[in-house]
Write a protein that binds this ligand. Structure first.
Ligand code: NAD
Length: 264
């Protein structure tokens, strides 16, 4: 028996990075996984690789900001696997730069994916989870949702919103007695392609690429995380091992929010 055997999981933004690692971890531990994303080729390749290694995984196209398509996605998962009891609201983007130069359009574009997408995940997945008799809803926030950083105000605002949205939905579910737990996950610096895709308010690329390997050296643990390290936390929150945990924050940041260390 795997840690999540018999569970059916949706992972948004699952084509690459942390979402793909979550898909691999959940499938390896027995869940039937559906990943959705806007990058179809990568999504199909991720699902095919998991299937080839013996897991149950499929891919569907989904822009998490598109409310009109959400119900059909959830219905298709339930039609295929009989239920939905685990959802990882992982899709996210990063627009860096000062709020003073950020356009309102960029601020809204970032919020649309990072918080509207999480809101829609809850809105459309919780009713299906209730029909399944319970579940675990996991929302991807960030250390940027726990503390402020210059040049990250817009991103932090979106991730801070995820943190309290998760707690409020946890209370709503607990109050309803529906056996659904809701938690947020707060990664620190993780080696994924999000760092290559970071855009500035001007809409272009950065003057110099952001290297997560370099940034991660500043974490007390002395290095960045790999996506698997976040996926392991998501696996725990999806499993029955975390059955008394709701409205909680799982911080996986190598000590970044705990303090700082002197080296040498
Ligand atoms: N990498 C880090 O250091 C880090 C740190 C803290 C939090 N996070 C968060 O973790 C999550 C995953 O990030 P990642 O680092 O794996 O990034 P990534 O860019 O590697 O993966 C994100 C995925 O989301 C998809 N996506 C983007 N917009 C979408 C939309 N509208 N609909 C559906 N899918 C969409 C992308 O195509 C991509 O496959 C994000 O929410 C991110 O903010 C990442």
């Amino acid at each position: 028996m795997g840690q999540v055997s018999g569970k059916v999981a949706l992972i948004t933004g699952g084509a690459a990075g942390i979402g793909a690692a979550c898909a691999r971890a959940l499938a390896a531990e027995g869940a039937a996984v559906v990943i959705t994303d806007v990058v179809d080729e990568a999504g199909q390749a991720t699902a095919a690789a998991i299937t080839a290694s013996g897991g149950v995984c499929s891919y569907m196209h989904q822009d998490v900001t598109d409310e009109a398509a959400w119900q059909a996605i959830v219905d298709a998962i339930v039609a295929k696997h009989g239920k939905l009891d685990t959802a990882v609201a992982n899709a996210g983007i990063a627009v860096f730069g000062s709020a003073l130069t950020m356009t309102l359009a960029d601020f809204r574009r970032q919020n649309a994916v990072n918080i509207d997408g999480v809101f829609l995940t809850a809105k459309y997945c919780i009713p299906a989870m209730r029909r399944a008799g319970g579940g675990s809803l996991i929302m991807m926030s960030s250390v940027a949702g726990l503390r402020g950083s210059a040049q990250l105000a817009g991103y932090s605002a979106s991730k801070g919103a995820v943190r309290l949205f998760a707690k409020s939905m946890a209370m709503e579910c607990a109050g309803a007695g529906d056996n659904i737990r809701v938690n947020s996950v707060h990664p620190g610096i993780i080696v994924t392609d999000i760092w290559k895709k970071v855009t500035t308010p001007a809409g272009g690329g950065l003057n110099a690429p952001i290297d997560p390997q370099q940034l991660g050296l500043a974490a007390p643990i002395g290095k960045p995380a790999e996506p698997l390290e976040i996926a392991n936390g998501v696996l725990f929150l999806a499993s029955e091992a975390s059955r008394y945990i709701t409205g909680s924050e799982l911080v996986i940041d190598g000590g970044m929010t705990a303090g700082s260390v002197r080296r040498g």
